[in-house]
Design a protein around this ligand. Structure first.
Ligand code: SF4
Ligand code: ZN
Length: 338
């Protein structure tokens, strides 16, 4: 069975109200070197076309989508969320899919979202797959928004990692082409990279993230590392339940940030579910301290991690070596604890 078929088989489709957004909240982010409040809105759409066709190994976004969402539904979601704006200068718009996929978000819906949010916020960030974006769409978008940033989930620049670990078939060439288009239209580019997709050892994952960041740097204004977290009904979840997957150590995230902080792009990470079993975690004692340090680093409030340590660093190092020795990607710590 191919990876893509297994991912599709593991998925559970559920019905949701197409008139309700998925979620909205406020979080801290950087804008022009200053820490500001950023407004996050996740609209409910039919979801990522790739998730329906096959899907990425770690992605559970399709769990939150609705089967069909009309233009009127999106208009309803937009009208319901706008009164919740509290003056944040930055807004991040996600759809659990692709903002520039006309089948997921009709051009009219896209226009009204950008118009309304562009009126209220200084900068708007949207997310899409790199091959889904066209020049005319970008020109149209920048008519409504002063400052547009487009985020792309590149994940890795290694074709083999993309194909066999992530199940994505678009890599650096598509990313570079899309990034150039965004920049020509006057926008900026955010690149998401994964830390520890499945089937990679901890050390391979660190090296893959570091190398990918260096290769993606010329095509990125911001590089955001996403340590993989275990989302329900995904291939990663399937492996996790069989002790064949452990999310990355926070020490691995720290090492990746240390080795990429000199890049031209702003480098950051917000570990989802950090400190929990299903997210990047350490021993439990030091997790809060390390996550806070990663947050501070991401907001430009610290330069390095030299002041952090914990006894579990030696366990992390031992696991790195043991996985290399065993030539396996299983959760060595869990296996030894049995
Ligand atoms: S990670 Fe992005 S491209 Fe992959 S299935 Fe999820 S939404 Fe689609
Ligand atoms: Zn620790």
């Amino acid at each position: 069975m191919k990876v893509g078929e297994l991912i599709r088989d593991l998925r559970v489709d559920r019905a949701y109200n197409p008139r309700e957004i998925i979620s909205t909240w406020s979080e801290k982010d950087l804008l022009d070197g200053k820490v500001v409040d950023a407004w996050v809105i996740i609209f409910r759409t039919r979801g990522c076309y790739w998730a329906h066709a096959s899907g990425c190994s770690m992605c559970g976004y399709v769990n939150d989508t609705a089967v069909e969402v009309s233009e009127a539904d999106i208009a309803h979601q937009l009208a319901s969320v706008l009164p919740r704006h509290q003056g944040q200068p930055l807004v991040k718009v996600y759809t659990s899919g692709n903002f520039f996929d006309d089948h997921e978000l009709a051009p009219e819906s896209r226009r009204s979202i950008l118009e309304e949010l562009g009126d209220r916020c200084d900068k708007v960030i949207v997310e899409t797959l790199s091959h889904m974006i066209r020049r005319e769409q970008l020109e149209d978008a920048t008519r409504h928004v002063d400052r547009l940033e487009v985020a792309f989930g590149l994940e890795s620049t290694n074709e083999r990692v993309l194909r066999y670990a992530v199940n994505k078939v678009w890599g650096l060439p598509e990313h570079a082409r899309a990034a150039a288009m965004v920049r020509e239209a006057g926008g900026t580019v955010k690149t998401y990279l994964l830390i520890k997709p499945p089937f990679l050892t901890e050390r391979e994952a660190v090296e893959d993230a570091v190398r990918s960041a260096h290769e993606a740097d010329p095509h990125s204004d911001t590089i955001s590392f996403n340590p993989v977290n275990v989302q329900r009904n995904t291939l990663v979840d399937h492996l996790f339940k069989r002790r064949q997957y452990r999310p990355p150590w926070l020490w691995s995230v720290v090492e990746v940030l240390e080795r990429t902080r000199g890049l031209r792009a702003h480098v950051k990470s917000h570990p989802t579910a950090g400190g929990m079993r299903r997210g990047a975690h350490n021993c439990g004692d030091c997790d809060r301290r390390v996550i806070d340090a990663i947050e501070e680093f991401s907001l430009g409030l610290r330069r390095d991690f030299g002041d952090l340590d914990c006894d579990c660093q030696s366990t992390w190092r031992a696991e790195l070596e043991l996985q290399d020795f065993l030539m396996g990607t299983g959760n060595v710590g869990a296996l030894l604890a049995r």
